[in-house]
Design a protein around this ligand. Structure first.
Ligand code: DC
Length: 225
């Protein structure tokens, strides 16, 4: 069967990963969460006592980093030097650090090459900030998922509460605004909608509705689906 790629981009908390995982399951293809790779780099820096926004020090570490992405049924695992760090990288601090290392061109080059390599080997649905624009500009389907900032903060709150945390709504909301600002205004491959991406405002849509909408788009655009 011919390989194909689905690129899903959008700001923090727009629901990309829940939706992309469900679409991957439905189409029996691999899900790649590229945010986890930027988070992995930030985690490595913090572990080594390096500030993720200190470009010179991050660059000096980049050769040493040994990240591995293992696609799994219903998600992916990320390993750093063989250690499973999948759940350790899901904190606000690492999210912000990921946004900081994402400004550095060599980091983007290294992770972008790994991402393109995965898409060469199998059909993928890949989510991130620059997939439709820079990483896989030839993707058969491109989606740009968005949602109002209050709704995105509400979803993040729910996620954190489910983990037993007691987040403050306004703090979460401000962190999201800050991260959007960072990701949309950086010099190298900033977050933006690819010209040929389908824009989906998911503010008032359930995960199931978004998944069905994407599956419909895929049926239209990919003969194998
Ligand atoms: O999707 P996420 O929240 O796990 O991503 C964390 C940060 O990583 C995000 O704020 C910016 C950066 N990132 C990026 O620059 N490019 C990508 N393709 C994915 C994530």
């Amino acid at each position: 069967m011919k390989k194909f790629a689905i690129a899903v981009d959008g700001p923090a908390g727009s629901g990309k990963s829940s939706v992309a995982k469900a679409v991957a399951k439905e189409l029996e293809i691999i899900y790649v969460d590229t945010g986890a790779m930027y988070r992995g780099v930030a985690y490595f820096c913090i572990q080594k006592g390096i500030d993720p926004s200190d470009e010179v020090s991050v660059l000096a570490l980049l050769e040493e980093i040994n990240l591995e992405i293992q696609p799994q049924k219903g998600g992916q695992r990320i390993l750093l030097d063989g250690e499973d760090i999948t759940s350790k990288i899901r904190t606000q601090e690492i999210g912000q650090g990921a946004s900081d290392v994402g400004k550095i061109q060599s980091v983007r080059q290294k992770l972008g090459d790994m991402q393109r390599d995965m898409a060469k080997r199998s059909s993928v649905i890949m989510d991130g900030r620059d997939i439709g624009t820079f990483v896989l500009p030839q993707a058969e389907v491109k989606i740009y998922m968005d949602a109002g900032v209050d709704e995105r903060a509400r979803r993040r709150m729910e996620e954190l509460e489910a983990k037993g945390e007691k987040p403050n709504f306004e703090t979460i909301r401000q962190e999201i605004i800050q991260r959007d600002e960072n990701d949309m205004n950086r010099v190298h491959s900033p977050l933006c909608k690819a010209e040929d991406a389908v824009y989906l405002d998911t503010t008032f849509m359930s995960i199931e509705e978004v998944v069905n909408k994407i599956l419909e788009i895929c049926k239209d655009k990919i003969s194998e689906v």
